[in-house]
Design a protein around this ligand. Structure first.
Ligand code: RUB
Length: 317
């Protein structure tokens, strides 16, 4: 354990690691708030020591889930956004920067929802995968506009995040049909849009999202069903501008099969990749708070936002 890392930071890191806090936007929000907790609790006696504590806290948070770039983007926003010549001034700056970050996050999702809702028409049927607050924001705005939608919701093995989507869509008054993942192709002819979120978007327009997204997108292309990805600019992965690839998280195999069943079926090897990469040619639109983009042109937005690439969040902070 890193010295000087506050309990709340360790608890947040643990909650992200165990997926009590999950989904790229929620992870970013929690990470920024954890840095604020570190700043509030700090008894550092110099600005250098204070910044050092924040960097250590950022590293602890960063190591939890490798695929969602919203996490390092949030840490970078706070670490590089703060200024002050004294500990008190820096602490105040953390308060202001985190508050600003959380407001921007909320606004981005609401603005993105408006853009995405414009793609949805009255009477449309939407197929979802996993649970994405960015994707749900599009449906929520469309419903608020008076459009009647229906949803076919993939359960999204192994952790069944589709159940959360089903519950939240029901609360919005959207009729839901829950299906097993392998039934998706069977229903694609009845669907007007596939709508998913993203954990990261690479500079070439590839979409990194919950495992199963790429197969769904390929099937949707085969059926002629448009695929829409709802992703705030916080999901754009700056390191991919300079040729880095996105790490794909693998999770514990017990999420796939319990020990007893595994033994009973001959103890096979089990693998549990959490995310996959959907090439840009299978995606029709990436919907952000800055408007919608064909995936191939998302790189122009990335250059505008990040320049030519960035360091890891704590470097230079
Ligand atoms: C969640 C997932 C979501 C993205 C986007 O995976 O793949 O589609 O994180 O979510 P996990 P949001 O359950 O493994 O975190 O739009 O809420 O940021």
């Amino acid at each position: 354990m890193r010295m000087g890392v506050h309990r709340e930071v360790r608890e947040t890191a643990e909650a992200i690691d165990t997926m009590e806090i999950r989904g790229a936007a929620a992870i970013a929000d929690a990470a920024a708030r954890a840095l604020r907790a570190q700043a509030r609790a700090s008894d550092a006696d110099s600005p250098e020591a204070f910044r050092g504590e924040l960097r250590a806290a950022a590293r602890t948070l960063f190591e939890t889930r490798p695929t969602a770039v919203s996490l390092p983007n949030a840490l970078r926003y706070v670490l590089h956004g703060i200024e002050g010549a004294t500990v008190a001034a820096l602490r105040e700056s953390v308060e202001a920067t985190v508050a600003e970050f959380c407001v921007r996050l909320d606004h981005a999702q609401a603005d993105l929802g408006e853009v995405g809702a414009n793609r949805l028409r009255d009477g449309d049927v939407v197929m979802t995968h996993c649970h994405s607050t960015d994707a749900l924001a599009c449906i929520e705005v469309a419903v608020d506009q008076g459009k009647e939608l229906a949803a076919i919701v993939k359960e999204t093995r192994p952790r069944n995040q589709g159940h959360i989507t089903a519950e939240e869509l029901s609360e919005l008054g959207v009729p839901v049909t829950l299906i097993v993942d392998s039934a998706a192709r069977h229903y694609l002819n009845d669907v007007d849009h596939v709508l998913v979120g993203a954990d990261s978007i690479a500079a070439d327009g590839s979409v990194i999202n919950k495992i199963g997204t790429s197969g769904l997108a390929v099937n949707a292309r085969d059926r002629g069903t448009p695929v829409m990805v709802a992703a705030q600019t916080l999901k754009l992965h700056p390191a991919t501008l300079t040729g880095h690839t996105v790490d794909i998280e693998t999770r514990d195999v017990s999420e796939v099969v319990d020990r007893e069943t595994r033994t009973a079926i001959g103890d096979p090897d089990v693998a549990n990749p959490a995310f996959d990469v959907t090439p840009p040619r299978y995606v029709d639109a990436i919907v952000t708070e800055r408007g919608q983009y064909p995936p191939e042109s998302v790189v122009t937005l990335m250059r505008e936002l990040f320049g030519e690439g960035t360091t890891r969040p704590w470097e230079g902070a």
